[in-house]
Write a protein that binds this ligand. Structure first.
Ligand code: PLP
Length: 391
């Protein structure tokens, strides 16, 4: 079944442009999960036939993901989400690998920043945040200087591949080479990039990375981490020693099967999806430039993720409630990251960028499902809302 047929089953009356927050389940992923839901009743740790069937299904899923990521089977570990993966890696690096300095950036996701701040209170750890350039990239010159001052394995560099709010990216190969050149360890939060980029992990100079199925049309509540063979980390959760002792708890079998299928589809359709999203992003940019005076964009659009466009709309009488008005008009976008409280709060990412503080920033994020008609409707609606004068 090709993508257009699969998704014809999905009813989409609204215009959803918040795919960086989460993606809908691919109907083919749902089909696989559904098919196995009533069949795989055993506990994968049991040694009887039902247990063995569940174990086999999990290991097949791991095999498929390891193949797609060019990793070894024993380097892929299933977790409940990207947050858990990142927490396990950062804690493990400090507690088990005796990392004493972490170099990161102030525009990482909160699951990195809050973990670093916590770890600082518990371990003899120095955390250094790199300055951010005007286009939303960590200052790599400064990174090289910091590594040069104090080389070696007591330093871990943790930098996200794709920023979830503005779409700016780092080149994993370039940064990983730099980090390894100085003998330090490299972790990347790749939650926004897995399924949207090739990760040849056997070749990439990277020690740890994380992924989350709900960002690539898989189910919510399932993720994975990559830990290079040579590193042995202790678990975050102690218990039954599942996932080769690093993640206790009975496995989320259906989630794992769904995630593996979602990654297979994402990688098979990668080029087409990228090309389509890039076209949708360019259409929105050009349309807004033509219709909304003074509009600007964060990150360098052509060098940032195809799926994210962060737009600064000059202040006007209706811009304060822009997101709410878009929502009323049937358009779902976001102010920055999806927040757990449901309240729009100031973005820690945008605060590091040279943006006019009165402007309203909206993140539109795209899918292979996004249509040109949807984009045109969004341009029309944004231009209508920004042109409105107070009565
Ligand atoms: N890292 C980044 C860059 C993200 O965008 C997100 C989700 O928004 C996460 C981590 C957390 O992933 P999860 O929702 O699976 O915990």
């Amino acid at each position: 079944m090709d993508a257009s047929t699969r998704y014809s089953l999905v009813n989409r009356p609204r215009i959803y442009l918040d795919y960086a927050a989460t993606t809908p389940l691919d109907p083919e992923v749902w089909r696989i999960m559904n098919e196995h839901a009533l069949q795989l009743g055993g506990n994968p740790s049991s040694i009887h036939a039902e247990g063995r069937a569940a174990r086999t299904a999990i290991e097949e899923a791991r095999k498929s993901m390891a193949r797609l990521l060019h990793a070894s089977l024993n380097e892929v570990f299933f977790t409940s989400c990207g947050t858990e993966s990142n927490n396990t890696i950062l804690l493990g690096a400090v507690r088990d690998l005796r990392v004493r300095r972490i170099i990161s950036s102030p525009i990482e996701h909160h699951c990195i920043l809050h973990t670093l701040e916590y770890l600082k209170t518990q371990y003899p750890l120095e955390v250094v945040y790199l300055p951010i350039t005007g286009t939303g990239q960590p200052d790599l010159q400064q990174l090289a200087e910091l590594l040069n001052d104090q080389p070696g394995r007591e330093t871990l560099v943790s930098l996200m591949q794709v920023n979830n709010e503005i779409g700016s990216m780092i080149d994993l190969q370039y940064v990983g080479d730099l980090v390894h050149q100085y003998g330090a360890l490299f972790h990347s939060d790749t939650v926004q990039a897995v399924g949207f980029d090739q990760h040849q992990l056997s070749q990439l100079p990277i020690d740890f990375m994380s992924g989350s199925a709900h960002k690539f049309y898989g189910p919510k509540g399932i993720g994975f981490m990559y830990i290079r063979n040579e590193h042995i980390l202790q678990p975050l959760l102690y218990g039954g020693s599942q996932e080769r002792n690093i993640r206790s708890g009975t496995e989320n079998i259906l989630g794992i099967l769904g995630m593996a299928r979602a990654l297979e589809l994402a990688m098979a359709e990668l080029d087409n999806r990228q090309e389509h999203m890039r076209a949708m992003k360019a259409r929105l940019m050009n349309g807004l430039l033509a219709q909304v005076p003074g509009v600007t964009f964060n990150a360098i659009p052509a060098e940032s993720s195809a799926k994210i466009l962060s737009v600064n709309i000059p202040a006007g009488p209706r811009t304060d409630l822009l997101l709410m008005n878009l929502d009323i008009a049937g358009i779902s976008a976001s102010g920055g990251s999806a927040c757990s409280s449901g309240v729009e709060s100031a973005s820690h990412v945008l605060s590091h960028l040279p943006i006019d503080s009165t402007a309203k920033t909206v993140r539109f994020s795209f899918s292979h499902l996004t249509t040109a008609l949807e984009i045109d409707q969004v341009i029309e609606e944004v231009s209508r809302l920004t042109a409105l004068k107070t009565a």
